[in-house]
Design a protein around this ligand. Structure first.
Ligand code: SAH
Ligand code: SF4
Length: 350
């Protein structure tokens, strides 16, 4: 549907009680257009090494005293087999940004090997997997990459890519990143275009509750996503992280950031009924029920963390990041064994 900037701002300013109506409307649209089920993706935090220095992030290059790790191929493949076995249908490989040739090659080979995993190869029977896709969907979230690298990874079998614009306003973007080519807003925009050109289903998103962020920024973020005709969105609250340049900034309360995020999700669902919207992990840092609430506000994807040994590893983007827990998926009606490309992507590619 079409909404004006001021209509969106009004919706984002709704009080707690009135917002319930908005969430119900968004849920009705989601159920009607995307179906009643939720998709699960297994999130694999592949490496916390990063060449960038984003001011908000706990694994930025200059973050002192963190043990940098990269998972072994076997660890990634074990996690992918776990995802297949549990009917997740799809995995997300996420990491800090690296662009070396050896890294690119390793990712290419991992994508191919993940795609070779079948239900039978993890011991599931035809009976158990009737109606399932025969291979896992692969989503990447590996930062800005060259068009060649993106084409290579797409050809290897990855079909979706998440790259948040973080803040669609160039001024706000500049205020949360160092200056220079490595952190350029234009480069990030170009990377989003390159993803689409390479054939990926394109996911983006923003952080909500950033210092200096206004309702105007957030309304413009939603219109940006609609204008760009994205296929997927992951957006979540900004969370303070000790040791980063942005630590200690004054922020809206946790509750306000949660509600703003839920309202952002709901309005986006009305604007773009057929995209996939993820319930971000960061919601859970501020509210144990955060992700469940997002699913009741228009989101249709959850990404449980399945990184082997995740608890012991330093993929700490922000303080109090939730450990992989048991999300009560049983009652959510999740769709088993389906890669689950966004309807929006299927329609624009058909
Ligand atoms: N390096 C890749 C992917 C890993 S970072 C990239 O930057 O695209 C994944 C996401 O974590 C980022 O897009 C950012 O939105 C989020 N993130 C980082 N620090 C955060 C913080 N302090 N609070 C909330 N989200 C954060
Ligand atoms: Fe690196 Fe991504 Fe963190 Fe920026 S947000 S420092 S690119 S991991």
């Amino acid at each position: 549907m079409t909404l004006s900037h001021s209509e969106i701002k009004e919706m984002l300013s709704l009080g707690e009680i009135e917002a319930e109506g908005l969430f119900a409307r968004a849920t009705a649209v989601r159920e009607q257009v995307c179906g009643k089920f939720i998709y699960l993706r297994g999130l694999v935090e592949y490496s916390n090494s990063c060449r960038k220095n984003c001011f908000y992030c706990g694994i930025r290059r200059e973050m002192p005293d963190i043990d940098r790790y990269t998972l072994s191929d076997d660890e990634v493949l074990d996690a992918a087999r776990f995802a297949m076995l549990h009917g997740y249908g799809s995995v997300v490989l996420q990491a800090g940004e690296s662009t070396s040739r050896s890294y690119t090659d390793r990712i290419t080979s991992l994508i191919r090997r993940i795609r070779e995993i079948t239900p039978a190869s993890v011991g599931l029977t035809d009976e158990q997997t009737r109606g399932w896709d025969t291979s896992l969907g692969v989503t990447l979230s590996l930062g800005e990459q060259s068009p060649e690298t993106l084409r290579e990874w797409f050809a290897a079998g990855a079909s979706r890519y998440l790259l948040r614009i973080e803040a669609s306003d160039p001024g706000l973007y500049a205020s949360i990143h160092p200056r220079g080519a490595l952190h350029s807003y234009d480069r990030r925009r170009k990377a989003l275009e390159d993803l689409r050109d390479a054939g990926f289903a394109v996911g983006t998103g923003v952080m909500i509750g950033l210092p200096g962020q206004t309702m105007d920024h957030l309304a413009a973020d939603l219109l940006f996503m609609q204008r760009e005709q994205i296929d997927m969105c992951g957006m979540g609250p900004y969370i303070d992280c000790a040791g980063t340049p942005m630590a200690g900034c004054e922020l809206p309360s946790g509750k306000d950031r949660i509600y703003l995020t839920l309202k952002m999700i709901a309005v986006l669902r009305l604007l773009m009924p057929d995209i996939n919207i993820a319930a971000a992990t960061a919601l859970e840092t501020l509210d144990p029920q955060g992700r469940i609430k997002a699913l009741a506000a228009g989101a249709n994807v959850v990404m449980p963390n399945i990184t082997p040994g995740a608890a012991a590893r330093g993929y700490r983007l922000y303080d109090n990041k939730p450990l992989p827990g048991v999300l009560d998926t049983e009652n959510l009606g999740f769709c088993r064994g389906k890669a689950g490309d966004p309807l929006h992507y299927k329609l624009r590619r058909s």
